[in-house]
Design a protein around this ligand. Structure first.
Ligand SMILES: [Zn+2]
Length: 93
């Protein structure tokens, strides 16, 4: 099981594509960043497979979990540094 810290989405597709993830591996407690294979593998139709670089544990994260994360952090992360997801004033979030 991975604990997700930051998830950055591509804002272009209807089904969000994950571009970047920062997560902690609950098996070895390592914190890592994943932005490309083999650490991060997007699944067609939503979701992705994460691989811990330290202990090689793999887990699929469902698209629903990413959507839930996106709902909580519309800009992909708490730092708000995603230029693709600049909020429009007056539209809330
Ligand atoms: Zn690990």
């Amino acid at each position: 099981m991975f604990h997700l810290y930051d998830v950055r989405f591509s804002a272009e597709a209807a089904i969000p594509t994950i571009e970047f993830i920062r997560a902690q591996c609950n098996a070895c407690r390592g914190i890592f960043r994943a932005s490309e294979r083999p650490l991060l593998e997007n699944i067609a139709g939503g979701g992705a497979i994460l691989t811990c670089p330290a202990c090689s544990r793999r887990q699929a994260i469902s698209g629903a979990r990413f959507v839930e994360f996106a709902a909580r952090f519309p800009m992909g992360n708490a730092e708000g540094s995603n230029p693709l997801a600049t909020p429009v004033p007056g539209e809330g979030a």
